[in-house]
Design a binder for this molecule. Structure first.
Ligand code: 0O2
Ligand code: 0O2
Length: 229
């Protein structure tokens, strides 16, 4: 195991910070162009040391294979409004030249037995360090707000039951996963209507008025801050 975890994780932290800025920048660009943004918000984290050690034991990963086999030491999450947005984001990531997609897992088409849905991409990302370039793996999970709601709750229940849910909870979680996906499908069915309304709303917020001040600017700044979290 690394003697100095903080030092070992430094490039991973740098990767998460850089990727958060880049992915949030994509959202900003769509907003600036006044087109529907497929990215609602972005989060990221470096896997805590105890989780790294636990996963290595559980999956019997040796230390020399840690960086290659633990693909989510650097983890990013992109939340979208619609399922269609997920696939747009996947396309956008493929087209970038500053990261290379090395693996993809579509748990939307291939739903996990738990009911989990998300699109996972593993990328090779180069960070610049004082010792030169270091290429490392990062995992990007792309999901709708509804999928995120389900995954967050199921994940927190996991802490309580350590993956061994009582049958009734298991069944209810599966039903909840299907209900969450039905919500996604209903929203997709009226997507154009929703996007039209959102465009009108965001256009109204940034209107210039006579004296050059920006009407609704305060609300828009606050909103922007919330959304970028
Ligand atoms: P836990 O145990 O889930 O509570 P910012 O200041 O906004 O730039 P900040 O505060 O560093 O960023 O964090 P950010 O980006 O808002 O998100 C951190 C949280 O995102 C984490 O919380 C995770 O819940 C979640 N997260 C984001 N990406 C991933 C991922 O790929 N995998 C996992 N497992 N979680 C992710 P905590 O407090 O670290 O953990
Ligand atoms: P964290 O940081 O606690 O979220 P595995 O062998 O299953 O651990 P694998 O095969 O490398 O992992 O990757 P997979 O299954 O593509 O993705 C694992 C990550 O996806 C998990 O991270 C979760 O963040 C998320 N995930 C996968 N399945 C589920 C699920 O059933 N429920 C929830 N809530 N999340 C899921 P970790 O390793 O659990 O770490």
């Amino acid at each position: 195991m690394p003697q100095d975890w903080e030092l070992f994780l430094m490039p991973y932290k740098q990767a998460v910070d850089e990727l958060k800025i880049k992915l949030r920048g994509m959202r900003k660009q769509f907003q600036q162009e006044n087109t529907h943004t497929p990215i609602e918000f972005v989060t990221g984290r470096v896997k805590p040391v105890d989780s790294i050690v636990e996963k290595m034991h559980r999956r019997q990963i040796s230390e020399d294979l840690m960086e290659q086999d633990l693909q989510d030491i650097a983890g990013l999450r992109i939340m979208c409004q619609f399922v269609e947005d997920i696939y747009q984001v996947v396309g956008l990531i493929h087209r970038r030249t500053d990261m290379e997609v090395v693996e993809e897992r579509d748990y939307i088409t291939n739903v996990k037995p738990s009911g989990y849905r998300s699109y996972h991409m593993v990328i090779m990302y180069p960070v610049q360090t004082v010792h030169g370039e270091k290429k490392l793996l990062a995992e990007i999970q792309i999901r709708t707000l509804s999928m995120n709601f389900w995954a967050t709750i199921e994940h927190s229940l996991n802490y309580k039951y350590q993956g061994e849910f009582p049958d009734e909870i298991n069944e209810r979680l599966k039903r909840a996963a299907e209900a969450a996906f039905m919500l996604d499908q209903e929203m997709s069915a009226i997507r154009e209507e929703i996007q039209e309304a959102q465009q009108l709303f965001s256009y109204g917020k940034g209107q210039q008025i006579g004296d050059g001040t920006i009407e609704g600017n305060q609300i828009s700044d606050q909103d922007e801050e919330e959304q970028s979290k």
